[in-house]
Design a protein around this ligand. Structure first.
Ligand SMILES: Nc1ncnc2c1ncn2[C@@H]1O[C@H](COP(=O)(O)OP(=O)(O)OP(=O)(O)O)[C@@H](O)[C@H]1O
Ligand code: SF4
Ligand SMILES: [Mg+2]
Length: 330
């Protein structure tokens, strides 16, 4: 039986903005299972990075975890003191941030960057760190000697991205969270990195969270997929089921918006409308202004998280008709 390595429950994270509080992650609950690849997908601004930053507790100052828990090895990361978090960050759970390939220090050779990163997280054995880096570089098809002695500007985008992935794995974490690791790359390089990641997970025991706005990418890599929309978890399930039989109207729309290699452009259907303002999110189901199936109850009351068969979770009134009727009568 797969067991959760991280359990997020009722997580609420707000940012303090100029116009008020941004409801970036709002009552999200999900489990990340040991040794799985969990794909997290959703349009820009749906709260994917905020969820990741909350797990590591590396949110910007304007953010606040208002409610909820993030359990990892009996530690509630949402409330743990900094001293505990320091032992977890990078060594047990690492995060490869969005746009990390552009964040490598231009004045440091890759070898120094890697050694400094390890040192910053309490690991000072330079020789062991370099050995580990070489091993990871081999797995990621990077020439260790050349890359370690290069400055970031001497490497291509794809090479830099692979270096950032190696950095995330350098201290042998149990979980690595990759935030849009292939978004800035051309399609062929993207494909190459995805294949390397698939290969990597066959070689090392690791739990991966792979964040992307492109649901098509998850088809090939993820074991399960969590779909987020406007700070809410909309659907979660086995990758095969999600693509074969998407339950939530938003997941259905995301899948219809994937360009097909063989179909005509007319078959590709972008989702009409745009995501809501998270300072004043719509009442009821947050997807209702864009949902072709919305009814009165959707506009008034938020749907619960409904558990279907095989661990499938969906937040939509269509799957709780009896409860919806009860609420309508109130
Ligand atoms: N530092 C911040 N201050 C205020 N609001 C923020 C801040 N960072 C993010 N937000 C807002 O929080 C919401 C969620 O943002 P987040 O970056 O988590 O989304 P995302 O799904 O990762 O988007 P993207 O695909 O663009 O990376 C958005 O409405 C965003 O504008
Ligand atoms: S709850 Fe209603 S508005 Fe929301 S996705 Fe389901 S049918 Fe659409
Ligand atoms: Mg993001």
């Amino acid at each position: 039986m797969p067991e959760p390595i991280i359990s997020v429950r009722n997580l609420v994270v707000f940012y303090r903005g100029l116009r008020g509080y941004v409801h970036a992650v709002d009552n999200v609950s999900l489990d990340i299972m040991r040794n799985e690849v969990l794909g997290v997908v959703g349009e820009s601004g749906s709260g994917k990075s905020t969820l990741a930053l909350s797990i590591l507790r590396i949110l910007p100052k304007s953010a606040r975890i208002v409610k909820g828990s993030i359990m990892f090895d009996n530690i509630d990361l949402a409330k743990a003191p900094e001293s505990t978090l320091r032992k977890v960050r990078w060594r047990r759970i690492s995060y490869v941030p969005q746009a990390a390939l552009n964040a490598l220090n231009p004045t440091l050779k890759i070898v120094d960057h890697i050694v400094e990163t390890a040192k910053a997280h309490g690991v000072r054995d330079r020789r062991a760190v370099i050995e580990k880096a070489k091993e990871l570089f081999e797995m990621l098809r990077l020439d260790p000697k050349r890359v370690l002695n290069s400055y970031p500007h001497e490497l291509s985008g794809g090479m830099r991205q692979r270096v950032t992935i190696a950095l995330g794995l350098i201290l042998d974490p149990e979980v690595v969270i990759l935030d849009e690791p292939t978004t800035a790359l051309d399609v062929l390089t993207q494909r190459f990195i995805l294949d390397l990641l698939k290969d990597l997970r066959r070689k090392i025991n690791i739990t991966m969270v792979f964040i992307t706005h492109d649901i098509a990418i998850e088809a090939d890599l993820a074991d399960r997929v969590a779909v987020m929309y406007a700070g809410k978890l909309m659907e979660l399930g086995d990758v095969y089921q999600i693509f074969k039989d998407p339950k939530h109207p938003y997941t259905q729309a995301l899948i219809r918006s994937i360009p097909s290699l063989i179909g005509s452009v007319d078959e590709m259907k972008p989702i009409p409308g745009s995501p809501p303002d998270l300072v004043n999110p719509p009442p009821g189901c947050r997807f209702h202004p864009r949902c072709p199936l919305a009814t009165d109850i959707c506009r008034r009351k938020e749907p619960p998280l409904i558990e279907l068969e095989n661990g499938r979770i969906v937040s939509c009134w269509l799957y709780a008709p009896e409860e919806a009727k009860k609420v309508e009568r109130q």
